[in-house]
Design a protein around this ligand. Structure first.
Ligand SMILES: N[C@@H](CCC(=O)N[C@@H](CS)C(=O)NCC(=O)O)C(=O)O
Length: 226
């Protein structure tokens, strides 16, 4: 694992934070957005998933299930993007990730979970490798597109009465941190036709304008290979 430093002139000086991340990982992307929104400076610790660095004894000590992201905040180690985001929210309350309105908060959790439980796990590296080996690479793409489509269709229905510039209104909240990376991957990696999803397409245009999202994009990470 190679260490590089991410810095931003607007970031608060909290150099003790370390983020174990992989440039193309949508789960890491969620946390990178939160760190940027909250103005938290962090050290970027690249974990190359294609080289299997997530299975190294050093990394497995940080996360026994061998997935990125992992956040290290001095002596606190938190793995899993959802857990990390809730940790950051409590420890660093600037730029809140959750609205105070209870219904809107619930919609944020629901939308985040559609992505984190019902889309992303079905497109994880190990699953795609298994389908490619046991069936075919064509089936791999058909599989991912089907599951992204199913999740995106649900999100379109869920957000119909809530979406503004962002998922639940005109402010960025938790749902956006899950939706933006999922759309980015759907377009760039899995060639999903986004014209079927007008609300999500509109949200994506808004995400693309925000510096906190731009800086978190895969292609802008120190370990990016494109
Ligand atoms: N629920 C976890 C999922 C983490 C996860 O699946 N990470 C992926 C990258 S997005 C990973 O490390 N995959 C490595 C592998 O499949 O070996 C989270 O939200 O952090």
């Amino acid at each position: 694992m190679e260490a590089t430093t991410a810095s931003d002139s607007n970031a608060l000086q909290v150099p003790k934070l370390k983020l174990y991340s992989y440039w193309r990982s949508s789960c890491s992307f969620r946390v990178r957005i939160a760190l940027n929104l909250k103005g938290l400076n962090y050290e970027y610790k690249a974990v190359n998933l294609l080289k299997g660095e997530q299975f190294s004894p050093e990394f497995t000590k940080l996360n026994p299930i061998s997935y990125v992201p992992v956040l290290v905040d001095e002596d606190v180690v938190v793995a899993d993007s959802f857990a990390i985001l809730l940790y950051l929210e409590e420890k660093y309350p600037q730029h809140p990730l959750l609205p105070s309105d209870l219904q809107k908060k619930a919609i944020n959790f629901q939308a985040a979970n559609i992505v984190s439980s019902s889309i992303q796990p079905l497109q994880n590296l190990a699953i795609l490798k298994y389908i490619e080996e046991k069936v075919s690479s064509d089936e791999r793409l058909t599989w991912v597109q089907y599951h992204i489509g199913k999740g995106f269709t649900a999100l379109e229905k869920l957000l119909e009465g809530y979406a503004g510039k962002f998922a639940t209104g005109d402010e960025v909240f938790l749902a956006d941190l899950f939706i933006a990376p999922q759309i980015h991957g759907a377009i760039t990696r899995f060639k999903v036709d986004m014209t079927q999803f007008p609300i999500l397409s509109r949200l994506n245009d808004s995400y693309n304008e925000l510096p906190a999202f731009q800086a978190a994009m895969p292609q802008n990470q120190p370990d990016a290979t494109i």
